[in-house]
Ligand binder design. Structure first.
Ligand SMILES: Nc1nc2c(c(=O)[nH]1)N[C@H]1C(S)=C(S)[C@@H](COP(=O)(O)OP(=O)(O)OC[C@H]3O[C@@H](n4cnc5c(N)ncnc54)[C@H](O)[C@@H]3O)O[C@H]1N2
Ligand code: MOO
Ligand SMILES: [Mg+2]
Length: 428
């Protein structure tokens, strides 16, 4: 006799996972060149102003504004050019009225000068072997100067702990001298694929067998989420062998993913394995399709993700539950897939009691709105549509179908992440 499972909602399942998920506390230092895709283990504060000194934002002449106060096109003033200074060099102070310095973009303002006149506004004239510029307008103190600290002041908070390291983040880290970067240690995520029917990727097809696609897909999702995947191989549907392998590997990982064996079949051993391990099952049935049998358990503070064997269900289960838990471990404040609205491009006339996550492609219309539509055969067992999935069309469970043209929710699989877990409409 099989246990009757009571489905819970997706938001409730996400909440249970995140309530049990841990923040990783171990930090390590990696060279900045290897920090891409990692997350900051510490907040970053400015240890100096940006710009660090007053500087010229233009190629031009540093002038004393006082000298130009009566300059017009009819009555230009002539300033003597004392030297030419490029960025990285410090000009000699200007000490007398009527003097200017030729400076390039990024050059520190010469002492004594207080405004910049760009090349295009002046003419150079040579007289008695000396170079002068002709200035035909007046400048006020500070005109066209980039001021010390105008962008960022020493002590400003720039990036929070948990920030994903992107090219832009690296620019800031480099600016503040982070040759090595403090990052949160990646969670180690063990992966097993269960199923006697599984062939490895290099094995020829045989009657009754299929190739193991989940292991490669999940390992890739794990890496993409910022964790370190450890694929422990495939396991035949044998209780003792599965139990032993899972028990010994749990000790060496921060989280464990298994695929397959979570439903109610004679060889679906994960429920009994969780029981024998003494793990607490957070849920074993969710009102979603695919992935309704996704099971998550907790053992000694570690999450055990029992993802479904069906490839689409496995993919969706990872994105809804495992990815946020990995992000939480890494300290991210935005662990969830972003939910937004799009116009449905296909009819879904049949009602479904469970919320559906249709593997879909997001489209960008010229008017700035989004479209969403399925990318293939829509079954839990489907593998080929996963190659084209950029979003999930979310069709809430209920008594009605949906029509092309309806505004529906989508979750972006490729795209920005969100602080908000899935929100479903309140049932009438
Ligand atoms: N009587 C019932 N039967 C089923 C139910 C149910 O509620 N009552 N649930 C169905 C649902 S929904 C799903 S989803 C599947 C879940 O199955 P399991 O998670 O137990 O997974 P398996 O039985 O091991 O395999 C299912 C399916 O997936 C293929 N598979 C497994 N591993 C892989 C892999 N690594 N790569 C590619 N494909 C894999 C496997 O060959 C099976 O075809 O249960 C339904 N049954
Ligand atoms: O767990 Mo199943 O994927 O709902 O079809
Ligand atoms: Mg099964």
């Amino acid at each position: 006799m099989i246990d009757k499972r009571t489905p819970i909602s997706v938001p409730e399942a996400q909440k249970r996972v995140m309530d049990a998920a841990k923040r990783g506390t171990q930090k390590e230092w990696v060279p900045i060149t290897q920090a891409d895709g990692r997350t900051l283990a510490e907040a970053v504060y400015a240890d100096h102003d940006i710009p660090p000194f007053d500087r010229s934002p233009l190629d031009g002449f540093a002038v004393q504004s006082e000298d130009t106060k009566n300059a017009t096109s009819e009555t230009p003033v002539y300033l003597e050019v004392m030297e030419t200074v490029g960025a990285g060099h410090v000009a000699k102070p200007v000490t007398k009225p009527g003097q200017a310095v030729r400076v390039m973009t990024g050059t520190m303002m010469p002492e004594g000068c207080d405004a910049i006149c760009m090349f295009e506004l002046t003419n150079e004239v040579i007289k008695d072997g000396k170079t002068y510029i002709e200035v035909k307008r007046s400048f006020k103190i500070g005109d066209f100067v980039s001021f010390k600290g105008e962008e960022t002041k020493k002590g400003d908070a720039l990036m929070q702990e948990g920030t994903l390291i992107t090219p832009g983040v690296k620019a800031v880290l480099a600016t503040f001298g982070y040759a090595t970067v403090p990052v949160t240690k990646k969670p180690k995520v063990g992966i097993f694929a269960t199923g006697t029917e599984l062939l490895e990727v290099n094995e020829p097809m045989e009657p009754g067998k299929i190739r193991n696609s989940n292991a490669y897909m999940v390992a890739s999702q794990v890496e993409n989420a910022g964790a370190s995947g450890q694929y422990y191989g495939k396991l035949a549907d044998d209780f003792d062998a599965c139990y032993k392998a899972i028990k010994s590997s749990v000790e060496n990982v921060d989280m464990l993913i298994t695929t397959g064996g979570v439903s109610v079949g004679d060889f679906d051993f994960l429920p009994a394995i969780y029981e024998k391990l003494g793990a607490t099952v957070l849920f074993n049935k969710i009102a979603q399709r695919p992935g309704s049998v996704t099971t998550v358990a907790e053992l000694d503070g570690k999450l055990l993700f029992g993802l479904s064997g069906n490839p689409s269900a496995c993919f969706v289960g990872f994105e809804l539950y495992t990815r946020p838990a990995i992000s939480m471990f890494l300290g991210s404040k935005t662990p969830y897939l972003t939910q937004t609205k799009a116009t449905l491009t296909k009819d879904f006339p049949k009602a479904n009691p469970f919320t559906r996550f249709i593997r879909s492609e997001i489209g960008y219309k010229g008017d700035g709105t989004l479209t969403t539509g399925p990318v293939g055969f829509d079954k839990s067992s489907t593998v080929t549509s996963l190659a084209h999935t950029s979003c999930f069309t979310v069709l809430p469970g209920g008594s009605r179908g949906f029509e092309a043209g309806d505004q529906v929710d989508v979750l972006l699989v490729d795209g920005p992440r969100s602080a908000q877990s899935l929100v479903l409409p309140k049932k009438d």
